[in-house]
Write a protein of this length. Structure first.
Length: 219
């Protein structure tokens, strides 16, 4: 059996990947049509702003999480980061200049730096003994199915109903994914609680093992 924490993390990720899969095929078209003076160079620079923000902030935030009390800080980071990520599509609706896009993408990168390491730490801490490969594969298969099933749907919805509907739907699904994460509050223990449950050494050993690397727009 897969434990409740892993199920919750995978379920939340499934919904979030499904949501952002709606945007993938249409993002460049949306920017070209809706942002004054936009071009392929603007889209490329926007991507650069995202990765600059994420690259510069991931290590400091991750080190902070490693040094902070137990798992409770990771809980707050993953919820806050996921909430901001889910709000990004609504910010896109407010863009009327290219620098707005750059700013939003920079915030998007920072939000990912909050959510992604925290999600990975919680997932690693709660992997069931002897099921590391299986439970990571559940995550990969789940998000793969989510992204594949929503990509074509997003293009259909945008073509028929317009970009606004897709972006609002995306954010709504993102907020649902974030809400699901809030159920992990009790499982995300403080250091004192972890010591009381005699889980500290097990967590230390799990964190020594390398976590599968995932380089993409969300996780």
């Amino acid at each position: 059996m897969v434990n409740r924490v892993i199920k919750t993390l995978v379920a939340s990720d499934f919904i979030l990947y499904f949501a952002f899969g709606l945007l993938g095929p249409i993002f460049a078209v949306f920017i070209l049509q809706k942002v004054p003076g936009s071009s392929l160079k603007v889209i490329g620079l926007a991507t650069t702003f995202y990765w600059v923000a994420r690259t510069l902030s991931t290590v400091p935030l991750s080190r902070f999480m490693d040094k902070t009390d137990g798992e409770r800080d990771e809980f707050y980071f993953v919820v806050a980061g996921s909430f901001i990520i889910s709000s990004i599509p609504l910010f896109y609706l407010l863009i009327n200049a290219s620098w707005h896009l750059y700013l939003i993408q920079f915030i998007y990168g920072l939000a990912n730096s909050m959510a992604v390491p925290a999600w990975r730490i919680l997932f690693t801490d709660h992997i069931d003994n002897g099921k590391t490969g299986f439970e990571w594969s559940l995550e990969d298969v789940g998000v793969g199915i989510a992204a594949a099933s929503s990509a074509f749907l997003g293009s259909i919805l945008a073509d028929k109903f317009g970009f606004t509907l897709v972006l609002v739907l995306l954010s709504s699904l993102g907020y649902l994914a974030t809400f699901i994460l809030t159920f992990l509050y009790k499982e995300a223990k403080t250091l004192a609680e972890i010591k009381k449950e005699k889980r500290l050494q097990a967590i230390i050993e799990k964190r020594k093992n390398p976590t599968p690397l995932k380089v993409d727009g969300i996780k």
